[in-house]
Design a protein around this ligand. Structure first.
Ligand code: M6R
Length: 357
């Protein structure tokens, strides 16, 4: 039930700190160390390459998950859109492991790929919010999100839960391979949960950003580099699906290769800047669009902020920033949809789970 909340989406955004803490608890052993079913860790270690298959928001979580797995566990990862993979299969490695990410566990496009790769004799792991869902039943292994039911069509808490579970999977796999993490993930996810709380308490700021930048605009761009780019893709999807504003996520450096032609006087460009090593480059990209009349809105992170940034998120581990930088995207989209009188929880033309191919 949504209780005192006007919309499920807002309730589910607010649940994220709690979900983080629940996930950590669910994946801790009696000594407090993170653990994942040993068969799953074995399957990860047996793989020479991991293929993540997903759609929509879950695909965006997969892009970040690739960074986690490659950086922490040092296993190569490819991320594919499920609706493309079936008929456009890349040349597979010798020992692939397939990882399906799906909130509902019912997405037909993903299921079609699962059936295909099982027929080929490959192993599959499903990361889902729904125990007993089709993708969970048909895969060899399942990891649950423990996010609680997600009712709003726009996925929010499932995305951050997917990232947390992927980080845990990467971390536990890394340890099993003798790779020492530079941080304690339990502690870092605790810091993430606290930072999420700070952001959920800053709703007025995001409401005012939505009013200022998105109340009347026709379109909007999201830019970032590295994992900030992936969060930009998710920000654009969120904004499109609930506010019907034409939105695109772009790698900061790619905009000038064509799309910058769309920048007009007042075009909102939301820039995400949470990564030290590309902080100056993304800010250079902001200058490029500002010089062409764009209305930039920079969301940066403590320690990297500069004059004129519109919002500064609390500092978290640099690999885990998508877990919190996505919250401004969710809340800005939510308030943009409200300002434009859209049906937040049930956007037009969409269903919660897409069970047709
Ligand atoms: O249930 P799934 O995670 O497999 O769903 C995949 C997409 O249909 C879903 O993420 C969709 O993009 C959301 N409406 C995004 O908010």
């Amino acid at each position: 039930e949504k209780g005192t909340y006007p919309h499920y989406m807002l309730k589910e955004i607010d649940e994220q700190p709690l979900v983080m803490r629940k996930i950590v608890q669910n994946y801790q052993d009696e000594n407090g160390a993170l653990e994942v079913d040993s068969d799953i860790v074995k399957a990860m270690n047996n793989a020479d390459r991991i293929y993540i298959i997903a759609a929509g928001t879950s695909y965006h979580a997969g892009l970040v998950g690739k960074q986690f797995i490659e950086k922490l566990a040092e296993i190569p990862v490819e991320v594919h859109i499920s609706s493309e993979f079936g008929y456009n299969m890349p040349l597979l490695s010798q020992k692939p492991l397939f990882v399906f990410i799906s909130q509902s566990g019912e997405t037909a496009d993903s299921r079609q790929v699962l059936v295909q790769v099982k027929e080929m004799g490959h192993k599959a792991l499903t990361i889902t919010n729904v125990a007993g869902s089709t993708l969970s039943r048909e895969a060899d292994y399942t990891l649950l999100l423990h996010a609680g039911p997600e009712i709003a069509v726009a996925s929010t808490k499932a995305y951050t839960a997917q990232l947390a579970v992927l980080a845990i999977l990467a971390d536990v796999t890394a340890k099993s391979r003798g790779i020492n993490a530079e941080f304690d993930l339990v502690q870092e996810l605790g810091i993430v949960a606290n930072a999420m709380e700070v952001l959920c308490d800053a709703k007025e700021d995001f409401e005012s950003i939505a009013r200022e930048y998105l109340a009347v605009t026709r379109n909007c761009f999201f830019i970032g580099r590295g994992i900030d780019f992936y969060v930009g893709l998710e920000g654009a999807l969120k904004l499109k699906e609930i506010s019907y504003i034409q939105a695109e996520g772009f790698a900061g450096g790619e905009l000038k290769h064509g799309t910058i032609a769309l920048i007009e006087e007042g075009t909102p460009v939301i820039a995400i800047a949470t990564q030290d090593f590309v902080n100056l480059s993304i800010r250079g990209n902001v200058k490029e669009v500002a010089a062409r009349g764009a209305n930039p809105c920079i969301i940066s992170m403590e320690g990297l902020e500069m004059d004129g940034d519109r919002f500064v998120i609390p500092e978290v581990n640099s690999l885990l920033t998508p877990l919190i930088s996505v919250i401004p995207m969710q809340l800005i989209s939510y308030y943009a949809a409200l300002h434009r009188d859209c049906d937040v929880d049930k956007p037009r033309n969409l269903a919660k789970s897409v069970t047709v191919e």
